[in-house]
Design a protein around this ligand. Structure first.
Ligand SMILES: *Cc1c(COP(=O)(O)O)cnc(C)c1O
Length: 461
């Protein structure tokens, strides 16, 4: 018997369809798009419908400033239980001593860490945006680079983190905080070496595992939780959760800061009231649901498959003559240099999208182009693995990418030309893969407007 949650959501969908055809239609088409395209976006995953239901639940109606048992509003008894559940599951999944599940995003989590551990103007050492670092690690376009004094490390000639150079920069600039973790780095990160550098200069080490949190939870990548002072992550990338952030503390949870308080207490206050107001309890519920999956054999198996498929994809692309940065991958991520083929990342992204393959352009080390054009493409296998693909399917995926990237030609700086026959054939292969490997748990749409959106997008260039 369907409970009130079921009936409310079904009723809501009915009302939306009846009263707001335009919005309903857009949301419906977006779901169809996710079914019918092959997402190879490294920064994405597809949340299970059970996660989406939590996100849509009435828990979001509750105003609950503060933390469970210490709210500034009445009526929080049940959402307190929801938040405690999310905290307990996060701690268990990552073996953490402390978890804060309230950050609205990964960026907010980093803002909390910077704002609550540092004085304005303090020096922050982080990976350069162009080398694969994240905006919030001290980029000049972000408040992290405006309110603090950024120093940036890059990569060596092989595209790997040069730990010696990081130590040199730290000795020279004496940062108060060092970020490790990246948005575009396909190799294992040695958190211990970063911690040694941080300890030598008296800095906090913050490990931002937004991209690899699922691999860490699955035991496929070393965990920073007991190594870094603080670990942050977004919850929608590799955790298959809702859009949101998470802060984890391990061995240093009760280490004292300069102000004499523990890291645990400092960061709790850092989220609320320092940076955020009310938490999104619906999203916290969705996090709780996603975190419950992290300990399962199913999740660990998928974590291993994410890496195995990415390695296979990198090798197959390399065999077809593509330049794979660092020569391969240890994670879900494969970085391709398309500049050496006379393409830009933007052209590659658009050509692939016109065939139903979704990737993202990405700057690569030494890139002559800015972030809107770029010379690289970033691929990821999170969604391919979720769809049930394994190493065997990477031949077809590599063939698909190779066919399009070989056939596409720049046509001026903004446009490209892709032979319509090649495009149609690639789109047919995408449709076949999507049919054979449907997104689990998402019922297939009844009316599939086969390729209609794609054809329109292709016509628009
Ligand atoms: C994606 C990402 C973030 C930001 O996460 P949002 O939740 O999108 O704000 C932070 N750090 C790294 C390394 C990321 O890749």
């Amino acid at each position: 018997m369907a409970g009130i949650l079921h009936r409310t959501l079904a009723h809501g969908a009915d009302v939306l369809q009846a009263r707001d055809e335009e919005l309903y239609g857009l949301l419906q088409r977006e779901q169809v798009r996710q079914h019918e395209t092959l997402a190879m976006v490294a920064a994405a995953s597809t949340a299970d419908p059970a996660v989406l239901v939590c996100e849509a639940s009435a828990a979001g109606n509750v105003t609950a400033e503060g933390y469970p048992g210490a709210r500034y509003h009445a009526g929080c008894e049940l959402v307190d239980e929801v938040e405690r559940l999310a905290v307990r599951r996060a701690k268990q999944a990552f073996g953490a001593a402390h978890a804060n599940v309230q950050p609205h995003s990964g960026s907010t989590a980093n803002q909390v860490v910077l704002g609550s551990l540092l004085d304005p103007g303090a020096t922050v050492l982080g990976m350069d945006l162009k080398a694969g670092g994240h905006l919030t690690h001290g980029a000049s376009a972000s408040m992290s680079g405006r309110f603090f004094t950024p120093v940036r490390y890059g990569l060596d000639d092989d595209g790997l983190i040069d730990y010696g150079a990081v130590a040199e920069l730290a000795r020279r600039h004496r940062p108060r905080l060092i970020f490790c973790g990246a948005s575009a780095y396909p190799r294992t990160i040695d958190f211990r070496r970063f911690r040694d550098v941080a300890d030598e200069v008296g800095a906090y080490l913050v490990a931002d595992i937004s991209h690899i949190a699922g691999l860490v939870a699955a035991g496929v990548h070393p965990s920073p939780v007991d190594v870094a002072h603080v670990t942050t992550t977004s919850t929608y990338k590799q955790l298959y959760g809702p859009r949101g952030g998470l802060i984890l503390l391990g061995r240093d949870a009760d280490t004292h800061t300069a102000s004499g308080r523990t890291l645990r207490a400092t960061l709790e206050d850092g989220v609320f009231p320092y940076v955020q107001g009310t938490p999104r309890l619906n999203t916290v519920a969705a996090k709780a649901r996603a975190f419950a999956e992290l300990g399962t054999a199913r999740f660990r198996e998928r974590g291993r498959r994410i890496v195995a498929t990415a390695r296979a994809l990198a090798a197959e692309l390399h065999d077809r003559g593509h330049r794979v940065l660092t020569g391969g991958t240890d994670t879900h991520m494969v970085l391709l240099d398309v500049g050496c083929r006379g393409l830009t990342g933007r052209i590659a992204e658009r050509a692939l999208e016109s065939c139903g393959v979704v990737v993202n352009k990405n700057t690569i080390p030494g890139d002559p182009h800015g972030p809107r054009v770029t010379s690289g493409v970033r691929l990821g296998t999170n969604v391919l693995a979720l769809r049930g693909m394994g190493v065997a399917e990477m031949t077809a995926c590599a063939d698909l990418l190779d066919t399009v990237l070989t056939a596409v030609r720049p046509d001026g700086p903004r446009r490209h030309h892709l032979d319509p026959v090649v495009r149609a054939e690639a789109a047919a292969r995408v449709a076949d893969l999507c049919r054979r490997f449907p997104l689990p748990g998402h019922p297939l749409p009844l009316t599939a407007p086969a390729g209609a959106d794609r054809a329109a997008a292709a016509a628009a260039g």
